[in-house]
Design a protein around this ligand. Structure first.
Ligand code: PHE
Length: 355
């Protein structure tokens, strides 16, 4: 039988629970429900009772235990909410305060171009995919129809890492095309993705950096044709350069992973650098119909599916669009340069407003 003393003390504790702070609440919980807490001990003592008495006492202790447990839970909820409210109050930011332009950062032109690409291709129904900078040579070369002896490996010479990735040599990816492979292995067509990201090659001069950025595009379906490739890239280039009648030329070329392959040129003026006029051509990106071997390497039946891919250098189109002459300035972290060429974080890239 629960002694009257214990009952009185538990009811007193109940009263203390209602007023307790977080620390006291925990002390009370341990004192009652802990390993040698009063309720735990009372429950243990049931074992030595006569069956009749045990039934009655058991019911009573459990009733009190439920009462105490409920009270503890309720008090804890109240304390937690009060703590959260106090934190929200203390960490409040006044979003109505005007920005201080001298302290505001700027969006780097590379990031801005990537945002613009996301907006343009997003409007065409493309999804954004990303992949790791460190790849193995199968994803970066072999699966893309560039076997070990192929001269294209030398043209895209990169940095090898002294390690293995899935038992293959690891390297810094020389193009974002490796994410084509990862995506085709991971999901069934239809596929419509762009892949913005960092890429690496062992090059260094005013127009080449050992680290640069690309955006890959990949579209796979049952009835995707060269016509789709052309329409898609013409729309993209006209939107990006904000020139509705920008001349675009497709010139036969070669990439191991596309067949046929095409280099894409835009019209410009070589002397003034003006885009869209002047009668000169400037190569701007690589593209083509995905090679059947590449599809087959990824478990996609080339008799059933086909599609196109393209790769565009982010620095290149950014330099052209904004008249930036030296690639190296992108990476020098010069705040004065960023203030001049950067973009306001408060004006995100949105297609419907134009760029
Ligand atoms: N991966 C090629 C490069 O980096 C570009 C490309 C991508 C060409 C896809 C065709 C198709 O040069």
């Amino acid at each position: 039988m629960l002694t009257e003393d214990l009952k009185v003390s538990l009811l007193k504790d109940l009263d203390r629970i209602v007023r307790a702070d977080a620390q006291e609440l925990e002390t009370l919980r341990v004192a009652m429900l802990g390993k040698s807490g009063s309720i735990t001990t009372a429950l243990k003592s049931l074992g030595s009772m006569e069956p009749e008495a045990r039934k009655e006492a058991g019911a009573e202790i459990n009733r009190i235990k439920a009462l105490i447990t409920d009270a503890l839970t309720a008090r804890k909820a109240v304390l937690d909410e009060a703590a959260l409210n106090a934190r929200l109050e203390a960490e409040r930011i006044d979003v109505s305060q005007p920005p201080r332009p001298e302290l505001a950062g700027a969006i780097h032109p590379i990031s801005r171009t990537m945002e613009e690409l996301a907006a343009i291709f997003g409007a065409m129904g493309f999804e954004i995919k990303e992949g790791p900078d460190i790849e193995n040579d199968w994803n970066a070369f072999s699966a893309l129809n560039i076997p070990g002896h192929h001269p294209a490996r030398a043209m895209m010479d990169t940095f090898y890492v002294n390690a293995k990735l899935n038992e293959r040599p690891a390297l810094l990816r020389p193009h974002t095309s490796s994410v084509q492979i990862r995506t085709m292995l991971a999901q069934e067509p239809p596929i419509r993705i762009i892949v913005p990201g960092r890429t690496f090659r062992s090059d260094h001069d005013a127009t080449h950096s050992p680290m640069f950025h690309q955006t890959e595009g990949l579209v796979i379906g049952k009835d995707i044709t060269l016509g789709h490739l052309k329409g898609c890239l013409i729309d993209f280039l006209r939107a990006f350069f904000d020139a509705p009648d920008l001349p675009v030329r497709f010139r036969a070329s070669y990439f191991p992973f596309t067949e046929p392959s095409m280099e894409v040129d835009i019209g410009w003026n070589r002397k003034t650098g003006e885009i869209g006029k002047g009668g000169d051509w400037l190569e701007i990106l690589g593209s083509g119909m995905v090679h059947p071997n590449v599809l087959a390497n990824c478990g996609i039946d080339p008799r059933e599916y086909q599609g196109f891919a393209f790769g565009v250098g982010i620095e290149r189109i950014t330099m052209l669009k904004h008249g930036i002459a030296d690639l190296r300035l992108f990476y020098e972290s010069d705040v004065r340069w960023l203030r001049h060429y950067g973009f306001s974080a408060l004006a995100p890239a949105m297609l419907h407003e134009g760029f």
